[in-house]
Design a protein around this ligand. Structure first.
Ligand SMILES: *Cc1c(COP(=O)(O)O)cnc(C)c1O
Length: 430
């Protein structure tokens, strides 16, 4: 098919994320992707500044991941996981347990499903059905996951009638990460991580947990970075406090590491900033290096023992192809100097985004690990911003008040400079 035909049939049949059919916003045909670049139908090459939604950390079309997929497909693409097992799944589970200290692993088919499973674990464990979370979060698009997404930014206005009511503590302050000099006076500025946590916020968080402790099944949060809920970075002390409160009241702590896992924030997991271990953890997105959908929900042996029979079991559970690629992706991660790479990306983003700090229409510029954010005063015009950044050879997908990037770790400082320049150029359109 030529690109025109793809677009014609796309308009006729295909739903894209959060759009109508036909989509009111432009879509672009991708012919191939290799390294950190995607090639469009018209031959244009764009740096994938989104790592295809946080996932393609090693870049696209990686020879090692391709080989893992080929080797596995020659053995088997899939077998059911009920009553059968195989090396790719077991090896991956063993690997994830070693990385997290959480010994029991449920392999799920997407991040949202991993969150559903985490919630089921907490409900089966405690016999309770109320969760506590903080505002500003995002945990996925399925119903239980939606119920703990931010009730204003999320989809509660559409589906509220079907969502259980949970407890929402206030959103954590934006008080972590690094900001280029000259950013908003309302936020800490300067190149170093700011000082202590907000004591008033800690008190609010504590009060919220204490007020509901006797009916909570679990506390569920994204550690340190709230992703799709607003790209907010918050002090690890809040997470540490939640850990302490959970222990004190015998409540489980669920860490949704689907966006933050595997090095994105500069630590292997968001929880590592706080030096804590959750009782239940969800991972996904970068787990397969962006190759295919796979996620996992991990918990301690203590939690698993008390649950006993966990009532979930997807058709494609433990898919061998996805597990083999995930195993290869974790091998690559272990081999690559990701800590230095992420630190280099962080430095390049701080440099590159500095000109946006204080620009008209810009509320805040912030960077943490391989995440760079320009927050705007007004909601952005997505198509207009995309047009500008694509003119700079970069692919981004802004939303709400955010123009942001989380590039593949394989990006060079020059690639990151290019992405940053495109983001800064886009602020001219605000
Ligand atoms: C993306 C995301 C999810 C949902 O994962 P899907 O694979 O899109 O279902 C859940 N939690 C967080 C923190 C995420 O970033």
């Amino acid at each position: 098919m030529d690109a025109g035909e793809v677009l014609r049939l796309d308009r006729e049949h295909v739903w894209h994320p959060y759009t109508a059919v036909p989509s009111g916003v432009p879509v672009h045909v991708v012919r191939r992707a290799g390294g950190v670049r995607i090639t469009l139908g018209d031959g244009r090459e764009l740096i994938d500044g989104m790592a295809s939604w946080w996932a393609a950390i090693h870049g696209h079309n990686h020879p090692r991941l391709n080989q893992a997929a080929r080797d596995q497909i020659d053995d088997m693409a899939h077998v059911m996981f009920g009553g059968l097992t195989h090396e790719p799944a077991v090896r991956l589970a063993h690997r994830l347990a070693g990385m997290t200290g959480l010994d029991r692993v449920f392999l799920a088919d997407s991040g949202s499903v991993a969150v559903e499973v985490a919630i089921k674990m907490a409900v089966q464990y405690s016999g309770r059905s109320t969760l506590l979370t903080v505002r500003g979060g995002y945990h996925g698009d399925t119903f239980a996951a939606m119920s703990v997404c931010d009730p204003v930014n999320g989809m509660h206005h559409l589906f509220g009638g079907m969502l259980p009511r949970h407890v929402f503590a206030p959103a954590p302050p934006h008080d972590y990460g690094r900001r280029p000099v000259g950013t908003s006076p309302t936020t800490p500025t300067g190149p170093t991580t700011p000082t202590g946590p907000d004591e008033a916020y800690l008190a609010e968080l504590t009060a919220a947990v204490e007020a509901h402790a006797d009916r909570l099944a679990a506390i569920i949060v994204e550690p340190v970075v709230q992703g799709a809920g607003g790209m907010r970075f918050s002090h690890p002390a809040y997470l540490r406090r939640l850990r302490d409160l959970a222990d004190e009241h015998g409540i489980l702590l669920i860490a949704d590491e689907i966006a933050t896992g595997f090095g994105r924030t500069g630590e292997m997991f968001g929880c590592d900033h706080a030096g804590i271990r959750p009782d239940i953890m969800c991972v996904g997105k970068a787990l397969t290096g962006g190759y295919m959908t796979l996620a996992a929900t991990l918990c301690t042996a203590r939690v698993a023992d008390r649950i006993g029979v966990l009532m979930h079991g997807p058709t494609y559970m433990g898919n061998p192809l996805a597990c083999a690629v995930a195993g290869a992706s974790l091998d690559l991660l272990a081999e690559r100097p990701w800590r230095e790479e992420v630190a280099r990306i962080e430095a390049a983003l701080l440099d590159g985004l500095a000109p946006a700090a204080g620009a008209p229409g810009v509320r805040d510029v912030r960077v943490l690990g391989a995440i760079g954010v320009i927050e705007t005063d007004q909601p952005v015009d997505v198509a207009k911003i995309q047009d500008i950044v694509m003119g700079h050879g970069v692919w981004l997908r802004p939303f709400g008040h955010l123009i942001y990037t989380m590039p593949p770790y394989a990006c060079t400082p020059e690639d990151v400079a290019r992405i940053s320049a495109a983001m800064v150029a886009a602020t001219a359109a605000l």
